[in-house]
Design a protein around this ligand. Structure first.
Ligand code: ADP
Length: 595
């Protein structure tokens, strides 16, 4: 697991996260703006309806009044002061009843003859309105409508003008009605939206933000300015353009413009034309809260993404660590296996070496045994041969001298020497014998008795007694009676040798131990030195002087016991003396039956 890979993954994740965040930002912004747009649409519809309703409420009034007899009479002939005063009062009453702003009558020359506001300082009476389109329209026989800032009152209003006709149908004057818009505008101010109503030249005349009034939403071209000035729509009010910047975002129209506090804000803009009035209503929705809402969604996404990425990263790291650990373990295992293989090879080599050494040792042991045997044999044979030769020589001399009796004596000596050599030869034969004798099921006690009898002479010569403890109820054992007897005699004879010149009895005992019967011969001699304990069973190993031992007794005995499937062991008694134990296998039921 390289760090480079981790960095690559991290970079990819970062880019993906960034793309995701940007996408969410985009989607959330568009969604919030669209949702805001839908709400603004409702507001726009309501605003337009309210404006149209407001105008329609008064629309019919000037036409009705134009047909009124008193109005027609008023224009039919010139009026005196009293007539004008009466008309003024009547207009004021009617205006108050209708709830309009002003109601007045204009003569065909444009001069205002009577007005509901006759008693006010800014009365229209005596004013000339020839420049107002609602007057010229009405004089032309049509109902005129116009929105303007009152030149006298300085109050904005919507004007209607209706022609008054005489019997012949000629236009004799104009009934003019002005309705205010201030209340409507004031009602909008509490809303969360900004509302602008612009005239056909794109100049705002109603706005929730006072600073926007009489300012152009469209470029203020020379024609627009000229047309506006001709109708004196906004009296002497200086006109200027609103510094707005438009853009579209996801099919939505956005506009940025400075508010009354001079701070530029971004708004979602919806507009609708009111063809009858020639107005355009604009609803502006501040996008800042919408964007904040979108940002909230983005923040939530970033948070979620962060959590998800952290979790993912942690999981990935864990997996990486796990993989690393497994790889390490595998490497360790491989190393271990290699080590084991190397050690095994080493061991095999060492083993081969050992086997070779063992073989060498065995070879050396064989040669040593052979050497010992040669030495023993050459002595055992040379000595009686030399003696026999001496006896033969003297026998010859004695015969020459005629001493036949002594010559016969010498010949007898030669015969006994030959017998001795024959005994040695017999011994050697038994070393080289083949263990072909079939095993029998034996009772131990009679074999021990026979052996004691054979050894009796030797034991008596040394003045030694044997304490025998062989229970009669011992289980039967496997072996050859003659050979087993030979072993016992041998052990007794060795014990006697070891006790030469010492006091005490030889102890012969037998015990059943598990599946075996152990026959022990204990003496009170010097015991077997540890240094030679593992060599005393070797053929031709002896500590006795040349001529008194061939070193074959224990070797032969050991092999006999092995042939019986048993064993011969040596130990030193804790209270002194050697203990030789012949281990015999107990005969099993099957073997008994076969007997
Ligand atoms: P040999 O008696 O001809 O030496 P063995 O094979 O019978 O041959 O004995 C080998 C050797 O074991 C003896 O030379 C002697 O050193 C030792 N040995 C045998 N029996 C005894 C014993 N009872 N006590 C001490 N040493 C013994």
């Amino acid at each position: 697991m390289g760090t480079a890979r981790q960095w690559r993954v991290a970079a990819v994740m970062a880019i993906l996260s960034l793309v995701a965040v940007l996408a969410v930002d985009r989607l959330a912004t568009v969604a919030a703006l669209s949702e805001g747009g839908a709400r603004a649409e409702v507001t726009l519809r309501q605003t337009v309806n309210a404006l149209e309703g407001h105008i329609r409420r008064f629309e019919a009034l000037p036409e009705l009044l134009a047909r009124d007899d008193e109005v027609r009479d008023f224009f039919a002939r010139p009026q005196d002061a009293a007539g004008i005063a009466a008309m003024n009062r009547w207009l004021k009453e009617t205006n108050d009843l209708a709830g309009a702003s002003d109601l007045y009558l204009i003569a065909p020359d444009g001069l205002t003859l009577a007005a509901s506001n006759y008693d006010r300082a800014d009365s229209f009476v005596g004013e000339s309105f020839t420049y107002r389109p609602y007057f010229t329209e009405a004089m032309a026989g049509r109902t005129g409508r116009f929105f303007a800032l009152g030149t006298t009152s300085g109050v904005r209003g919507y004007y209607f003008g209706s022609p008054v006709r005489d019997g012949a149908g000629r236009v004799t004057g104009v009934v003019a009605l002005k309705i205010g818009v201030d209340d409507m505008e004031a009602a909008w101010r509490s809303a969360e939206y900004h509302i602008i109503v612009a005239d056909p030249e794109g100049i705002a005349f109603m706005a929730t933000e006072g600073d926007w009034l009489y300012r152009g939403l469209l470029p203020l071209t020379a024609e627009r300015v000229a047309r506006t000035e001709a109708s004196r729509r906004y009296a002497e009010t200086p006109l200027s353009e609103l510094p707005l910047r438009r853009e579209t975002d996801g099919g939505l129209e956005l506009v940025s413009l400075p508010g009354g506090d001079g701070v530029v804000r971004n708004y979602l803009e919806l507009r609708r034309a009111m063809p009858d009035a020639g107005w355009t209503v604009h609803v502006l929705l501040d996008t800042a809260p919408l964007r904040a809402q979108a940002r909230l969604a983005v923040a939530a996404t970033v948070l979620l993404l962060g959590v998800a990425l952290s979790l993912g990263w942690a999981l990935w790291q864990r997996r990486a660590r796990l993989a690393e650990r497994i790889a390490l373990q595998e490497a360790a295992q491989v190393a271990l296996e290699r080590q084991v293989a190397e050690r095994t090879a080493d061991l095999t080599r060492a083993n081969d070496e050992l086997r070779r050494m063992q073989a060498d040792l065995v070879q050396a042991g064989k040669l040593a045994a052979l050497g010992r045997m040669s030495a023993a044999l050459s002595h055992e044979i040379n000595q009686p041969l030399a003696a026999a030769r001496n006896y033969a020589d003297s026998a010859a001399l004695l015969i020459g001298r005629g001493d036949a009796a002594r010559a016969v004596e010498n010949l007898g000596q030669i015969t006994s020497l030959i017998d001795r050599m024959a005994t040695i030869a017999r011994h050697l034969r038994s070393v080289a014998r083949k263990p072909d004798e079939k095993l029998k099921v034996l009772a131990l006690a009679p074999v021990v008795q026979d052996a004691l009898q054979v050894a009796e002479t030797r034991l008596q010569a040394s003045g030694l007694a044997v304490r025998v403890d062989v229970p009669a109820d011992l289980p039967a054992v496997l072996g050859g009676p003659v050979r087993l007897q030979q072993v016992v005699v041998n052990l007794l004879s060795n014990a006697a040798d070891a006790m030469e010149g010492r006091a005490g009895d030889i102890e012969l005992s037998a015990r059943a131990e598990g599946g075996a019967v152990v026959l022990s011969v204990r003496d009170h001699g010097a015991g077997v030195a540890p240094a030679i304990a593992d060599r005393i069973f070797d053929p031709f190993f002896t500590t006795k002087t040349v001529g008194s031992g061939l070193g074959l007794g224990l070797s032969i005995s050991y092999n006999i016991m092995k042939d019986f499937g048993g064993d011969l062991r040596v130990a030193n008694h804790p209270e002194g003396g050697a203990v030789f134990s012949a281990v015999l296998r107990v005969a099993e039921a099957g073997e008994m039956a076969a007997e």
